[in-house]
Write a protein that binds this ligand. Structure first.
Ligand code: 4AD
Ligand code: MG
Length: 432
């Protein structure tokens, strides 16, 4: 009987039987007539024990000299191994080298960041990216589950757009059959059209911003999820942000604990992500920052250092609302109690991570919006379709945008957003 081909993650089910594994050589060691191969297949890593006596001189020598990342097909008997994390190892009875690999550039020793990102296509195979990208996957799953189970329609926003959503300074422009088009900075405006048609919608896709500074929070291509719903006010949107984050973090904790542990994440910090999140106005946050010796001009926006200082005071995300209208996008509705303040909210992640969500109530008056478009010196023609949403049955509505990579950076407890995306795009990188 030929041995079944199985994944490393499932070999526990095959104790004392013969299985075939297919994977890559992660590491090897040995002495004399015994060789230990660490085999990796994407589902896990297992130790494969090779005995010269069993495999014969020629194969044993070939395996002994196989370089890191050589691809292999290995057959052997699964047996318990209490010293390994997996709890099992493979006693090899047969093996075949499929693809040789010599001088693999990424060894288990330390490498510099630039080198690792130049080799991102290979670096993937190492453990740290493996765990981080699994957390990203779980985050995407949780986000989709959240909206799908609550009646939101998934409505994809276009990537090529005729207009700026989030200010003209970070637009990527492209030539579009003799006309100009821009890569989308946010799918929001299209979700506003969607919400008036379907009640509640969301989009989840890549967005682009020509960020001219290289910070640990900025990518030029990042993924954003943007729910939009009608008949809501600022408090409803804040409730939604809170409920959403509690569920998403809860899902990752439930299904991703081994990955978080491997990343040495302080899990108790994530377990504290429970309702209610502290809520404060921007003006109150400024007063608190002044007391902490970190004053902000109250008509200006927070910089990253302000967000870091503020969020270090809290053990869970905070909701900062009513920012100065002057620093926010043209579509934000002014607070009727003080038009210098916008009915917007930013969610700032704790432990110094800062903004992960931006959202709020949209201006629903045609006249005010026309005036705002002028004030922001935006080309009105490009927004005619958007103004139609106010011409034909305007209603109070709003939503938010969550940056996936910012969320994952915080959840993983790592320093830089670029590690949370398979192939990061930043001011100084478009390869590999
Ligand atoms: O605060 P922002 O600019 O809000 C919007 O785009 C709204 N139109 C969203 C909406 O209401 N539908 O961006 C939203 C989020 C930020 O909070 C941040 O998490 C992320 O997008 N983000 C970035 N992430 C990585 N790199 C960048 N350059 C980012 N810019 C924004
Ligand atoms: Mg923002």
């Amino acid at each position: 009987m030929t041995a079944p081909i199985v994944n490393i993650a499932e070999i526990g089910r095959y104790e004392s039987t013969s299985v075939t594994l297919r994977g890559w050589l992660y590491n090897s060691s040995g002495k004399g007539k015994i060789l230990f191969l660490q085999l990796r297949d994407g589902s896990g890593i297992v130790q494969c024990v090779c005995m010269k006596q069993e495999l014969g001189d020629a194969l044993f020598e070939q395996l002994k000299h196989a370089g890191q990342e050589t691809s292999l097909i290995v057959t052997g008997t699964v047996r318990a191994d209490t010293r390994s994390k997996l709890g099992f190892e493979l006693a090899v009875t047969a093996a075949e080298v499929v693809g040789v690999s010599s001088n693999y550039p990424i060894s288990p020793k330390e490498h510099g960041d630039a080198f690792l990102f130049d080799n991102r296509h290979l670096w993937f195979r190492s453990r740290r990216p493996y765990h981080i990208l699994h957390i990203r996957h779980l985050a995407v799953q949780a986000i989709r589950n959240y909206f799908d189970s609550r009646g939101y329609l998934l409505l994809d926003s276009p990537i090529f757009t005729p207009a700026a959503c989030e200010g003209t300074s970070t637009l990527f422009e492209t030539e579009y059959f003799g006309k100009k088009a821009y890569l989308s900075q946010s799918g929001q405006l299209y979700q506003e059209a969607g919400a008036t048609a379907f009640g509640k919608t969301y989009c989840f896709g890549p967005t682009f911003r020509a960020e001219k500074s290289g910070t640990r929070r900025h990518l030029t291509e990042f993924w954003m999820v943007e729910p939009e719903l009608t008949w809501v006010g600022l408090d409803d949107i804040m409730d939604l942000c809170e409920d959403f984050l509690v569920e998403v973090v809860g899902h990752i904790l439930k299904h991703g604990r081994p990955h978080l542990e491997a990343l040495e994440r302080d899990i108790s910090a994530l377990e504290r992500v429970q309702k209610p999140f502290p809520r404060m106005s921007y003006d109150d946050a400024c007063a608190q920052l002044a007391e902490l010796g970190h004053p902000v001009d109250p008509e200006d926006d927070f910089g990253s250092p302000h967000e870091t200082t503020l969020t270090k005071q809290y053990d869970r995300p905070i909701l900062v609302h009513r920012y100065p209208s002057a620093v926010k996008a043209f579509y934000m509705k002014g607070d009727p109690e003080n038009l210098l303040r916008a009915l917007g909210v930013d969610v700032l992640a704790p432990e110094g991570y800062g903004e992960i969500i931006g959202g709020g109530v949209r201006e629903d008056s045609l006249e005010v919006l026309e005036h705002k478009i002028e004030e922001h010196q935006l080309p009105k023609e490009a927004f005619e379709w958007y103004l139609d949403l106010r011409r034909y049955g305007t209603v109070p509505h709003g939503g938010f945008g969550l940056g996936l990579e910012r969320l994952v950076t915080w959840v993983c407890g790592i320093h830089h957003v670029r590690e949370t995306v398979p192939f990061p795009r930043t001011i100084d990188r478009v390869t590999p």
